[in-house]
Design a protein around this ligand. Structure first.
Ligand code: ATP
Ligand code: MG
Length: 566
C-alpha cells in the first residue's frame, strides 16, 4: 500500500510475530483472518480489525482470509455478506481466493463433536436454558453438575445423532463440552457447543442442518482448519482463550493458532455495537445502514470519507490492550488531511444573498480562470462566469458588523474570490425589513491583483446568479449529543442511548447555489467548497436531478474545546 502509509506500524502483536519469526515458530508463516458475522454492516471498529489483520499479512508476506462466522442463521443474510465483501474491498484489502464460511466446515465440526463425545468430553444435556443458567453458578459460587453429565458415550452418540436427524424440538437439549463446573472461569463450566434450530434457512447451507455449532467451538476449529497462525480478536475474548485452547488440545489438531487479544475501537459520539446499529436502522432513527451519520463503512463512504483516510486513521490510533475512546476529531482530521491534498476547490453559496453589481453591464459575461487547487498546479484550472448578478453568503454581509468583521459591510469593500473587489453601496429590504438584495459596484482595475496590493478586509466566495446551478446541501453533525452514548452513566433511569440522539444531526439546505462546473461532478466525488468545508456529491445522485451534496467535514476542527492555532 502506498500513499503515506509506508511507515510500518509497531505494536505488541507485531512484536509477538517478530519473535515467532526469530524462533522459527509456524515455519516462518504468518496467516491471519478477518472473521465477521454477517448480521449487519461493518463499522469503523471493524475497519481497525481489517487494517490490522490484512496489514500484518501484507507486511509479513503472509495471508489474510475473509471468513464469515455464520453460525447464527436467524440473524444473518446474504445482503450482509455482500455488503461486507464490498466494504473490505473498498477499504483497499484483498483476500484473493481465500473467501471462507464457517458453514463450509459444518460437517467437519460435526465430526469433531462426535470425536469429543467418544473421548467422553462432551454430552447431551436436557436441561432447559433457565436450568443451565441456574446450574452454572456465579462469579463467586461454583456451578453444579448437570444430572445428564454422566450419560454414557454410546447414549450421547445416539442422542447427538438424533439431534442432527431432527428428532428433538428447539431447546429440548444441547451438546455441551465436559470440562469443569467448578472452574473459576465461567466459560469453562461445560459450555454448550451445539444447539437445535429448526425452521431457519441458512444463507449458505439452506435447510441441510437443524443443529448449529456455537461461536467459541466453531471459531478455534475454523482457525485451525485454515492454518491460521495468529488469531487476533478483541479483548472481551480474553476469558474465552482457555476454551479456545481446550477444544484444540482435546481434538489433538495439528494446527493450534495463537489467540491474541487487542482493545476494541470506541469512537466518541457514536455507537459501535452491531446490535445498536441494527436498532437505529430497524427503528428508522437513521435513513439506513449507509446513512452518512452512521459510523458504518457504508455510511462513512456515503458521507465522503476515503479509504485512505480510514486506513490512516487505523494506523494513527494504533493497537494496544488498553480500552479507550477515540476522539471524533482524530477521525475528522484524517479525512481533512486527505481531502486537503486531493479535493478540487469549487465555490458554493449555502445561504444565498443576491448582489447586483450596478456598474457591470447587464449583458456582459466574463469567463475567469480559477485554480482547482492552491498548491497543486497539476490539478489545473476551470472557468467561472461573472455577470452583473451574483450570490454571496448571507453570513458574509453585516449591516451592523461585529468587531473584527472582515467581510462585506455597507460602504465597505471585499474581494470576490478569483475576481474583482466590490463595494457595497446600498442595502435593499422588503416591507418587513429583511435584507433581500445588495447593490454593489465593482472596481474594474482589481482583477488578478495580489490581494495584498489592495487593502480589502477579506475575500469571499460567490457564484454568478445567471449561471449557478441549484443544489441541496446536507450538513451533518454528530449523531449523538453525548460523547459516550452507550455508557451506563450517559442515560438516566428508563432512558437509553436512543434518547441521546442529536436531533440537529442533519440540517438540509434546500436552496443553495453552486458553480456550473459542478454539473460534471461524479456521484461520490469530493470537493472543497471554499471557506465552507469538504463536500461530496451523494452517491445516490442521478444525472438530471437536483444534486445533493453531503458535507464530509468542516474546514477546521470545530470540536476542539480549546481552539488550536492553525
Ligand atoms: P458487535 O459487538 O458490534 O456485534 P462483533 O465483534 O460481534 O461486533 P463481528 O462481526 O463478530 O462483530 O466482528 C468481526 C471482527 O471484528 C472480530 O474479530 C471482532 O473482534 C472485530 N471487531 C468488532 N468490533 C470491533 C471494534 N469496535 N474494534 C476492533 N475490532 C472489532
Ligand atoms: Mg463477534
Amino acid at each position: 500500500m502506498t500513499d503515506g502509509e509506508n511507515t510500518r506500524p509497531s505494536n505488541f502483536i507485531r512484536h509477538i510475530i517478530d519473535e515467532d519469526l526469530v524462533t522459527g515458530k509456524n515455519d516462518g508463516c504468518v496467516a491471519t483472518r478477518f472473521p465477521p458475522e454477517p448480521n449487519g454492516y461493518l463499522h469503523i471498529g471493524h475497519a481497525k480489525s481489517i487494517a490490522l489483520n490484512f496489514g500484518i499479512a501484507n507486511d509479513y508476506n503472509g495471508t489474510c482470509n475473509l471468513r464469515f462466522d455464520d453460525t447464527n442463521p436467524h440473524k444473518e443474510n446474504k445482503e450482509f455478506v455482500n455488503a461486507i465483501m464490498n466494504d473490505v474491498h473498498w477499504l483497499g484489502f484483498d483476500w484473493q481466493d481465500r473467501l471462507y464460511f464457517a458453514s463450509d466446515y459444518f460437517k467437519q465440526l460435526y465430526d469433531y463433536a462426535v470425536q469429543l463425545i467418544k473421548k467422553n468430553k462432551a454430552y447431551v444435556c436436557d436441561l432447559n436454558a433457565e436450568q443451565i443458567r441456574a446450574y452454572r453458578g456465579t462469579l463467586t459460587e461454583p456451578g453444579k453438575d448437570s444430572p445428564y453429565r454422566e450419560r454414557t458415550v454410546d447414549e450421547n452418540l445416539e442422542l447427538f445423532a438424533r439431534m442432527r436427524a431432527g428428532e428433538f424440538q428447539d431447546g429440548a437439549c444441547v451438546l455441551r463440552a465436559k470440562i469443569d463446573m467448578t472452574s473459576p472461569n465461567i466459560n469453562l463450566r461445560d459450555p454448550a457447543i451445539y444447539r437445535i434450530r429448526h425452521g431457519v434457512v441458512h444463507h449458505q447451507t439452506g435447510e441441510a442442518w437443524c443443529i448449529y455449532p456455537m461461536y467459541d467451538y466453531t471459531h478455534c476449529i475454523s482457525d485451525s482448519i485454515e492454518g491460521i497462525t495468529h488469531s487476533l480478536c478483541t479483548l472481551e475474548f480474553e476469558d474465552h482463550r482457555p476454551l479456545y485452547n481446550w477444544f484444540l488440545e482435546e481434538l489433538e489438531v495439528s494446527c493450534h493458532p495463537q489467540q491474541i487479544e487487542f482493545s476494541r475501537l470506541n469512537l466518541e459520539y457514536a455507537v459501535t455495537s452491531k446490535r445498536k446499529l441494527t436498532e437505529l436502522v430497524d427503528e428508522g432513527l437513521v435513513a439506513g445502514w449507509d446513512d452518512p451519520r452512521m459510523p458504518t463503512i457504508a455510511g462513512l463512504r456515503r458521507r465522503g470519507y476515503t479509504p485512505r483516510a480510514l486506513r490512516n486513521f487505523c494506523q494513527r490510533i494504533g493497537v494496544t490492550k488498553v480500552d479507550n475512546i477515540v476522539e471524533m476529531a482524530v477521525l475528522e482530521d484524517c479525512i481533512r488531511t486527505d481531502l486537503n491534498e486531493t479535493a478540487a476547490r469549487r465555490m458554493a453559496v449555502l445561504h444565498p444573498l443576491k448582489v447586483i453589481i450596478t456598474n457591470y453591464s447587464e449583458s456582459d459575461v466574463e469567463e475567469l480562470p480559477a485554480a482547482n487547487h492552491p498548491q497543486d498546479e497539476v490539478m489545473g484550472t476551470r472557468v467561472i462566469q461573472l455577470s452583473n448578478e451574483i450570490y454571496i453568503d448571507q453570513h458574509d454581509f453585516a449591516e451592523v458588523p461585529p468587531k473584527k468583521f472582515k467581510r462585506l459591510t455597507v460602504g465597505g469593500e471585499v474581494r470576490l474570490r478569483n475576481a474583482y473587489v466590490i463595494r457595497c453601496d446600498n442595502v435593499i429590504k422588503d416591507a418587513h425589513g429583511n435584507i433581500i438584495e445588495l447593490h454593489c459596484s465593482y472596481d474594474a482595475d482589481t482583477l488578478g491583483k495580489n490581494p495584498e496590493d489592495r487593502k480589502v478586509k477579506g475575500v469571499i466566495h460567490w457564484v454568478s446568479a445567471k449561471h449557478a446551478l441549484q443544489a441541496e446541501i446536507r450538513l451533518y453533525d454528530r449523531l449523538f449529543k453525548h460523547p459516550t452514548p452507550d455508557a451506563s452513566d450517559a442515560t438516566k433511569d428508563g432512558s437509553d442511548y436512543k434518547d441521546l440522539i442529536n436531533s440537529d444531526s442533519l440540517r438540509t439546505l434546500a436552496h443553495c447555489y453552486i458553480e456550473p462546473s459542478l454539473a460534471e461532478a461524479q456521484a461520490g466525488e469530493q470537493f472543497q467548497f471554499e471557506r465552507e468545508g469538504y463536500f461530496c456529491l451523494d452517491s445516490m445522485h442521478l444525472p438530471g436531478n437536483v444534486p445533493v451534496f453531503n458535507r464530509v467535514v468542516t474546514l477546521r476542527d470545530t470540536w476542539a474545546k480549546i481552539e488550536r492555532k492553525q
